[in-house]
Design a protein around this ligand. Structure first.
Ligand code: TPP
Ligand code: SF4
Length: 289
């Protein structure tokens, strides 16, 4: 299906500033289709991003959008969802954005478990700032910051997320569009913090992890038991091939359902009126402490 609802109709919206051949184009199309097939509208959907090439996504989707600060999309998207649980919040970022600048927030997003979806465009390099080493760059890869090859070992975000009992953990490669769409749809409909790492070739700055490389080095795991955390962790450690698919799913109470603000009242925070006098008293009392 070619999604229409989420195609931007703003002036110059067609001027997407990604390099021809960049994997971000296909991720965008798959996401547009997924949102439309789930029956969402631009009004009840919000795309929140950090900084980077992937971070440009809110500009290219006709929905509510927030292009925030480097590494800060998870707390912003989570806050948005807490203020308005009626919104479908999709957070988007790059591997640098999420696993370097945003690593603390990635970990705490998983721990807090707000009902949002996180998509990480993992191209194993910093794209926007012209090819520096990222947390997932492979040892030996020549980058602008490591011209003789990356020295340190890469972060394994899938193993990390599973070890934190993340509510939904998946990895895919954008070369497999239909499978990616299915996984994204399942992540969005899952209740809890759902996380999908998407291998996305950066055709300009990463000459190692190309479309062909990902095809050769990835494989959908057969019959994954998504309830078995130990097995999921074991599969996540494999690097030859890197397994794709949904590794792990678990049902955890979401943050919104465990805070006082929503226990007695279901109305979104943003629709409630603020009692200014009560607020003043609260602030004054807190000064007295
Ligand atoms: C706090 C902060 N540090 C550094 C930068 C510079 N910066 C902007 S984008 C970027 C790299 C983004 O790489 P990645 O998240 O992998 O996304 P990609 O561009 O590859 O999609 C960096 C380092 C910044 N904007 N803010
Ligand atoms: S630099 Fe890389 S990630 Fe950025 S638009 Fe170009 S191909 Fe895509």
């Amino acid at each position: 299906m070619a999604a229409k609802l989420f195609q931007p109709n703003r002036p110059h919206a067609k001027e997407i500033s990604w390099c021809p051949g960049c994997g971000n184009f296909a991720i965008r199309l798959v996401l547009l289709d997924a949102l439309e097939e789930l029956g969402f509208t631009p009004y009840n959907t919000a795309i929140v991003s950090g900084i980077g090439q992937a971070g440009k996504m809110p500009h290219y989707i006709n929905a509510n959008g927030f292009h925030s600060l480097h590494g800060r999309a998870v707390p912003i998207g989570s806050g948005l969802k807490i203020a308005n649980p009626e919104l479908n919040v999709v957070i988007v970022g790059g591997d640098g954005d999420m696993y370097s600048e945003g690593m603390g927030h990635f970990v705490y997003g998983i721990k807090r478990n707000v009902n949002v979806t996180l998509l990480v465009h993992n191209n194993q390099v910093y794209g926007l700032t012209k090819g520096q080493t990222s947390p997932t760059s492979l040892p030996g890869t020549k980058t602008s910051t490591h011209p003789h090859g990356v020295l340190s070992q890469p972060i394994n975000p899938i193993a990390l997320a599973i070890s934190l009992n993340c509510s939904f953990v998946a990895r895919t490669f954008i070369g497999y569009r239909e499978e990616t769409k299915k996984i994204i749809k399942e992540a969005i409909t899952h209740e809890g913090f759902s996380y999908v790492d998407i291998f996305q070739p950066c055709v300009t700055f990463n000459r190692v992890n190309t479309y062909d490389w990902y095809k050769e080095h990835t494989k959908f795991a057969d019959n994954m038991d998504t309830s078995d955390i130990k097995k999921a962790f074991e599969l996540s450690l494999n690097t030859d091939p890197y397994y794709l698919g949904i590794f792990y799913k678990t049902s955890r109470t979401i943050f919104e359902k465990s805070i006082d603000g929503y226990i007695d009242q279901k109305q979104p925070l943003y629709k409630r009126t603020v009692d200014i006098d009560l607020m003043k008293k609260f602030i004054e009392d807190s000064y007295k402490l």
